[in-house]
Design a protein around this ligand. Structure first.
Ligand SMILES: NC(=O)c1ccc[n+]([C@@H]2O[C@H](COP(=O)([O-])OP(=O)(O)OC[C@H]3O[C@@H](n4cnc5c(N)ncnc54)[C@H](O)[C@@H]3O)[C@@H](O)[C@H]2O)c1
Length: 346
């Protein structure tokens, strides 16, 4: 079966996912696109075989030639389209964030729970990265003993002009929040944020770098160093310290170059280069599951937890205080799939 996909929001990541669906992965085609910038949607549709540009996201979700939807519009619009997809009984892949507030995420949890089956996957692509998957396999295999600490590093060479200090938490560290829950198989129960001496290369209005610290329910500690103007590269670090060993992400370059009295290799230029294979795997697994009428990977519960933790992180950054985090009771629907990784299905 070929899965007919409709794409809502054809900006930067929407266009990249269309390229992925049409040129990289198998089993799907893009039958419809929409965007508030209708001219953009029409231009994208014109460059694809048998793809129509529709006026609204609702029209796209209702279209009989759309089996499943991808939501790549701006964050505050995600809730509306995810709820509409659930109401239509269609599988939906939603780019992060699932929704921008706790309340909006809870409305999605309520709707999906009432539907009685998982329909939503959230685009936390790090769970599909070979390095993180290998780390998780080592932790779950028990070789390093119970995980005690996770040191995460998220280093961006620079950020665009519209980037605000809040985004260091809810746009950048949101990925570290999800991957901490994924690797440690546990929920985050408290957060604090420490700010270091400011990077003089950062814009006046930005807080950079920060140390975002989580306490996990089981007692493990996580520290996320987020540096957003570090110039040299896009560098993602990760090390879990266990009771009798450690596991860390290896460098991603395939070769080591030696010359002129030094050795070294390439560090990725940006997030696309670093995670390109993870996005491909993420989409292939979502398409395969959606074609069977199933959902897979990061769930609405994971999207909800990430939004709640980032809210707490923002409060912690503003107040300088430790902020406790509480999630609602987890519905049964998510118990078998939460944090267990991308291979779980309902
Ligand atoms: N997983 C990741 O690593 C990752 C990476 C990049 C972006 N994202 C997420 O993807 C989403 C889109 O990001 P982007 O960088 O592509 O932004 P973008 O601004 O390039 O594109 C967003 C598009 O959505 C359209 N749009 C806005 N509101 C809409 C609505 N109500 N209905 C239909 N279309 C609408 C805009 O006109 C624009 O074309 C964001 O939520 C972002 O956080 C995730």
């Amino acid at each position: 079966m070929t899965l007919n996909i409709g794409v809502i929001g054809v900006g930067m990541i929407g266009q990249d996912h269309i390229r992925r669906i049409t040129q990289v992965v198998s089993g799907a085609r893009v039958t419809a696109v929409t965007d508030v910038d209708l001219d953009r949607a029409k231009a994208i549709a014109a460059g694809l075989p048998s793809t129509k540009a529709l006026q609204t996201g609702q029209e796209l979700i209702d279209d009989p030639e759309v089996d499943a939807a991808i939501v790549c519009s701006w964050g505050p619009t995600h809730e509306e389209y995810v709820l509409a997809s659930i109401a239509a009984g269609k599988q939906v892949f939603c780019e992060k964030p699932l929704a921008t507030t706790r309340e909006a995420c809870e409305r999605i949890l309520d709707a999906e729970t009432a539907a009685g089956k998982r329909l939503v996957m959230v685009g936390f692509m790090r769970r599909y990265d070979e390095g993180y998957r290998a780390m998780k396999a080592v932790i779950d295999g028990g070789e390093i003993g119970a995980p005690l600490m996770f040191h995460s590093g998220h280093r961006n060479p620079s950020v665009p002009g519209h980037y605000t200090s809040d985004m260091i938490i809810n746009d950048t560290c949101v990925h570290d929040v999800d991957v901490a829950r994924f690797l440690l198989d546990d929920e985050i129960v408290a957060a604090r944020v420490l700010t270091a001496r400011k990077n003089s290369l950062a814009s006046e209005h930005l807080t950079d770098p920060v140390l975002f610290i989580f306490e996990m329910a089981g007692g493990a500690l996580v520290d996320v160093e987020a540096s957003i103007n570090i110039q040299y590269a896009y560098d993602i670090r990760g090390e879990v310290v266990g009771e009798r060993g450690t596991v860390e992400l290896a460098e991603t370059n395939p070769v080591v170059v030696k010359g002129s009295g030094r050795f070294g290799g390439r560090v990725p230029e940006d997030w696309r280069e670093r995670f390109i294979r993870a996005y491909d795997t993420e989409f292939q697994e979502w398409i395969d599951a959606a074609s069977r009428g199933e959902s897979t990977g990061p769930s609405s519960w994971d999207g909800y937890a990430a939004t709640v933790v980032c809210d707490a992180g923002l409060k912690a950054m503003q107040s300088g205080e430790r902020v406790e985090i509480s999630l609602r009771e987890q519905p049964e629907l998510y118990r078998t799939t939460t944090i267990t990784g991308p291979t779980g299905t309902d």
